[in-house]
Design a protein. Structure first.
Length: 172
């Protein structure tokens, strides 16, 4: 990993600070994480290899990211206030987000500091075609995590902001 990699990861981890502080669900809260993770994808993602078991690796890590994102979204506290729905990440939501980032960072750090041969052996044994397959898998994991979290929070926010069915008049 180079200094740019650490800066990019740091910025993505700092998204947690915004989440922990809490804020009203608005357009910035929707767009900012998607823009940052998409920018990361543009920076790192050159291709999505599908040879051998590359696609399996990419789908497994994307699925893990989606699961982390759903859990993060479900453990984010939502409250209805006069100016709209507010979201605030608790310890569990923040830990899930940081945990996903830490997993990717530790993998890259380990690859650079002695585990490269083991990763290459694993890749050979499991028909992972290249380092780009790992890059694609981790980028897809980050994208899936961010998007799944946003979808869950937005859906929960929509449900919280909507008047209950019991309060609505029944059409004749």
């Amino acid at each position: 990993m180079n200094i740019t990699d650490y800066i990019v990861n740091g910025i993505l981890v700092l998204l947690v600070v915004r989440q922990v502080r809490g804020s009203r669900l608005d357009l910035v809260n929707l767009v900012l994480p998607v823009v940052l993770v998409s920018g990361t994808a543009v920076y790192y993602l050159r291709s999505v290899p599908t040879e051998g078991n590359d696609l399996v690796l990419e789908l497994v890590l994307a699925g893990a990211g989606a699961a982390l994102g759903v859990l993060c979204g479900l453990t984010t506290h939502l409250t209805r206030k006069a100016d709209g729905v507010h979201a605030k990440a608790g310890i569990a939501a923040a830990a899930l987000w940081v945990g996903g980032m830490a997993f990717r960072t530790v993998f890259a750090f380990a690859d650079d500091h002695g585990a490269g041969d083991s990763i290459a052996g694993f890749s050979r044994d499991h028909q992972i075609s290249s380092a780009q397959a790992w890059v694609a898998a981790f980028v897809l994991m980050a994208l899936a995590e961010a998007v799944a979290r946003l979808v869950v929070i937005r859906y929960r926010g929509y449900r919280l902001a909507s008047p209950s069915r019991a309060a609505r008049p029944v059409a004749a």
